[in-house]
Each structure stands twice: as structure tokens, then as C-alpha cells.
Design a binder for this molecule. Structure first.
Ligand code: SAM
Length: 172
């Protein structure tokens, strides 16, 4: 995949702060290149960019209110994550063959019906209702077959894995 972006639809600045921040952090940690919200939220932008600044990597933050146009004009493939979609385990090998740019679409509340029609794939991580954070994490991990767990970020701060302590190393 050339570039992977996550589009978060229906973000409500008054209610979804933590969840949308978590979508961004999971996207970054597990291999996506950026997040796009359908509504401005400077606090979320700051917290995601702060983490990326301290822990490293190139992760972008964008806002696109005209999200229908974004999906329709996306130069690459689009995957909409939904419990109503096709089972991920039946599609994953086909999805791994995508060499284009990829846009992963996630909802918050009810997603407008047209998204199901304009997305290239509607993918379910089980056909049970759960969370956009979990669905995104599992999709990215399946797409990259676990390889992103090994990725080094080269940030100002680096956590040294430890059995019993919190060890954080600062870059010299
Ligand atoms: N009730 C909403 C609907 O009908 O669209 C779903 C709300 S759910 C809390 C928020 C988002 O999590 C969904 O839009 C979808 O992107 C994701 N999601 C939840 N369960 C999922 C599943 N089983 N598979 C894939 N994505 C899921």
C-alpha cells in the first residue's frame, strides 16, 4: 500500500474527543499515515500531533467537511468498516493485494447509507456491534500481518520494553 489514511465520519467535538483521539493514536501506532476528520477539532489535532511529535513518525492530521467528495474522488481504494459488511477473514487476502492508496472509513454514530454504496469494500470485524477503535486495530493488523508491531518510530521519546519498570529514553 502506498499510503493509508483514516477518515473518521460523524465526529462530535462535544462528545467524541477521547474516542476520536484514540482512533488517531491507533491509526498512527499500527501503520496508517494520517487521519482526516469531517469537522474541525483543534484539541484533537493538538493531542494527536503532540504524540506524533514526541514519539516520532510522519503522521498527518486533516479536516474535510466535503467527505462525500473525498471518498468519491479518492485516487485508490476505499474500505468502510461496518458490522454489516463482509467478513474480514474472507476478504483479507484480497485487501492485502491493494497496491494503491487506501482510505479507511469509520463511523461514530449511524453512518449514512450512501457510504455503503460508494466505498469499494464494506468490511466487518465480526458482524457484532463494537468499537471503531477495535475494528481499525484489527483491520490494520490483518493488512500488515503483524509487521507494524515491529516498527521503530525514531521519536524524541522511546520506550524501552521492560518486565517491571517504566523506562523512557530521551533522544540525545
Ligand atoms: N450503529 C452504528 C451504525 O449502524 O452505523 C454503528 C456505530 S459504531 C459504535 C461506530 C463505528 O464503529 C462504525 O461506524 C464502524 O465503523 C465501527 N464498527 C463497529 N462495529 C464494527 C464491526 N463489527 N466491524 C467493523 N466496524 C465496526
Amino acid at each position: 500500500m502506498k499510503e493509508v489514511k483514516v477518515l473518521r465520519l460523524g465526529h462530535r467535538p462535544s462528545r467524541d474527543k477521547r474516542l476520536t483521539t484514540h482512533v488517531g493514536l491507533v491509526a498512527r501506532a499500527l501503520g496508517a499515515d494520517g487521519i482526516i476528520l469531517d469537522e474541525k477539532d483543534p484539541k484533537i489535532e493538538k493531542s494527536i500531533i503532540d504524540v506524533a511529535g514526541r514519539f516520532g513518525g510522519d503522521f498527518s492530521f486533516g479536516v474535510e467537511e466535503k467527505w462525500r467528495k473525498l471518498i468519491k474522488n479518492w485516487s485508490g481504494k476505499t474500505i468502510h468498516l461496518s458490522m454489516y459488511g463482509q467478513k474480514i477473514q474472507e476478504l483479507e487476502s484480497e485487501l492485502r493485494k491493494i497496491t494503491d492508496r487506501l482510505l479507511i472509513i469509520l463511523g461514530s454514530e449511524k453512518v449514512p447509507g450512501e457510504v455503503y454504496e460508494i466505498a469499494d469494500y464494506n468490511v466487518a470485524v465480526t458482524n457484532q456491534p463494537h468499537s471503531e477503535v477495535a475494528a481499525l486495530a484489527i483491520l490494520l493488523d490483518r493488512l500488515y500481518e503483524g509487521k507494524k508491531l515491529e516498527e521503530e518510530f525514531d521519536g524524541e521519546l522511546k520506550i524501552i520494553p521492560s518486565e517491571e519498570d517504566k523506562i523512557v529514553k530521551e533522544k540525545d
